[in-house]
Structures are given as C-alpha cells and as structure tokens.
Design a protein around this ligand. Structure first.
Ligand SMILES: Nc1ncnc2c1ncn2[C@@H]1O[C@H](COP(=O)(O)OP(=O)(O)OP(=O)(O)O)[C@@H](O)[C@H]1O
Ligand SMILES: [Mg+2]
Length: 293
C-alpha cells in the first residue's frame, strides 16, 4: 500500500483535479485498488465529484459519516482513540473517505496540556499520527491511498505529510503558484526532522520512513504550437533547479472544464481537447507510478 498526499500552499492550482484523475486512471487503466481521502474541509471537491448527491449535506455539515475529524476529536477530549471511519464506494470504482468541514477546527492547541514535557510531546506525536492510524487500520489494504488537501500549512497538512510515503504538488505553471513549491518541500523536511527528534528522544519504537517529495505536477499549462509557451517552459526549468518536476503535464482546456461540469472523468468526455487532456492524464499517471512506486 502506498500513500500519496496531493499538497500545495496555493489554492486553485489543480490539486483536486489531479488527485481525482490519477485515482480514476490508477483504478481503470492499471487495475489498482484506490482509496481517496478528502481532507479538503473547505471545498470537498473530490467528495462532490465522486458523490454529487452528498455535496449539499457536506456544505450544511450534516453528513453522518465517521470522518477524520472525529479521530482528532478523540485526542482533544482525551477519550479512547478509535481509528475506524466510514468508507464509501463510488460509481467510478474508487473508494473514499468523504470531506468534513469540521476539519478546519483541527489544531494541536486543543490538545490537553500538562506541565510535563514528555507527556506533551507524546500527545503531539499522537496528533501527527492520526491519519496514519486511520490508514493502517483500514478494513482493506488498498494499492494506493491518495489524499486531497486544503491549501494551507496547518496541523492537518502535517498529519497528511506524516501519513504519506510520497507527496506531490500540483502547480499552475505561473511564477506565483510555483514559488509555493519550496514552501511545501520545506514543510515535508520539517515534519521528517520533528519525527527523527521524537524517535531519538521520546519513542524509540516509532516506525517512520521519511516522506519523499516526488515532484511538482504542471497543471493548466498553456501551449503554443504543441509545446509549452515560453513562460511555462521557463517556469519548468526554474522548478527543476529547485527539485523534482514531472515531465508529463496537463494543458489548460475545455475538456477538463466540461468534465468538471458533468462530474465525470475527462476520460469519459468526447471532443478533441478532452481526448488530448485524457492522454496527458494517462501519461501523468504512468509517470506517477514510477515516481511513487
Ligand atoms: N487543465 C485544466 N484546464 C481547465 N480547467 C482546469 C484544468 N485543471 C483544473 N481546472 C479547473 O480549475 C479550477 C481549480 O482546479 P482544482 O479545483 O483542481 O484546484 P485545487 O488546487 O484543488 O483548488 P483548491 O485549492 O481550491 O482546492 C477548477 O474549476 C477546475 O475544473
Ligand atoms: Mg481542491
């Protein structure tokens, strides 16, 4: 089982679109069993895409599911931690843990605090571990667990990084969005360092492989005569100098927009632009399999 976080500091860069299409392609074209965790508490984009009927309930905050939020709450109320959650099965063959607006209330500030440094640190580790504990205790072992996130450096994001074997960062290939990549890489480094410190001092039995940054994914790239526009190409080069970038990228276009409107994967939309974007997502997914093996 591989866990991959789709994270970025910037909003509207294509995280949800990338996470959804990679999830569907892994299942449909690579016969992988896939679970998506929707940790985007504001939009719940994946939840809406997979289960259009649930979006109203999500917005009103009345979804009955046991989501990640109740797991964090166990820690705040110092009650027994129970890692079980509700899993829903979607019509495209991908399973999901749906979004919960209350995840916006997650913060380590709510942990019961004592004047004991050891106890406080144990409770910080437990907070970091929440999503990992849920995944480890899933009733079924998936080939891939993909986590979609809210664009913010937060305690939820830290828990996503801890739970992930790999993280990828969708970027719009403009300067503004791609400057966010070093921030994400640095946050992954911070979580890895914190865990190493905890392992050395607090919990020698902690099993943790440092989370790997697998790369930035170019989304909504604009092309000129079949190759990325000069500005986009420059941005790719700049990103390469700061870290890993996927060679495959997805162009900006109507196929994805139409797919979003119809709440379908772009693979099921007709029209030349949709076919082109489908091919691009399939290439991106093949590269994803090599970068997140
Ligand atoms: N290649 C593309 N071509 C055209 N439109 C796109 C493309 N990729 C994404 N979009 C559209 O751009 C918008 C933002 O994409 P998306 O929701 O995936 O971003 P996000 O990073 O998840 O945003 P947020 O941070 O708000 O969750 C959506 O309306 C989506 O349909
Ligand atoms: Mg999103």
């Amino acid at each position: 089982m591989r866990v991959v976080g789709f994270i970025s500091e910037k909003g509207g860069v294509g995280k949800t679109t990338a996470c959804y299409h990679v999830a569907v392609a892994l299942h449909r074209y690579h016969q992988k069993s896939v679970l998506v965790i929707d940790a985007d508490y504001q939009r719940g984009g994946i939840t809406g895409r997979l289960f259009p009927d649930l979006i109203e309930q999500f917005r009103r905050g009345t979804l009955p599911d046991k989501t990640l939020f109740s797991k964090f709450q166990h820690l705040y109320s110092a009650s027994n931690f129970d890692p079980s959650v509700n899993i829903r099965h979607s019509s495209v063959g991908v399973d999901a843990i749906v979004a919960d607006t209350r995840l916006s209330n997650v913060t380590t500030n709510k942990l019961p605090s004592t004047n004991n440094i050891f106890e406080n640190n144990i409770s910080l580790i437990n907070h970091l571990k929440v999503i990992k504990e849920v995944i480890v205790n899933l009733p079924k072992k998936y080939d891939y667990v993909l986590i979609d996130s809210h664009p913010e450096i937060s305690d939820v994001l830290r828990s996503i990084i801890y739970a992930s074997d790999y993280c990828v960062s969708p970027v719009k290939l403009d300067l503004q969005s791609s400057v966010g990549v070093p921030t994400i890489v640095s946050e992954i480094g911070t979580v890895n360092k914190d865990v190493a410190l905890m392992k050395a001092t607090i919990d020698n039995n902690l099993i943790y492989n440092p989370t790997i940054f697998s790369g930035a994914m170019g989304m909504m790239a604009r092309e000129y005569r079949g190759t990325p526009k000069q500005t986009e190409a420059d941005e790719m080069r700049r990103l390469r100098s700061t870290g890993v970038v996927f060679s495959a990228y997805v162009t900006e276009g109507d196929g994805i927009r139409k797919a979003a409107q119809e709440r379908l994967p772009v693979y099921d939309i007709s029209g030349t632009n949709a076919e082109k974007q489908s091919r691009q997502f399939l290439q991106l997914t093949s590269e994803f399999l090599t970068k997140c093996p």
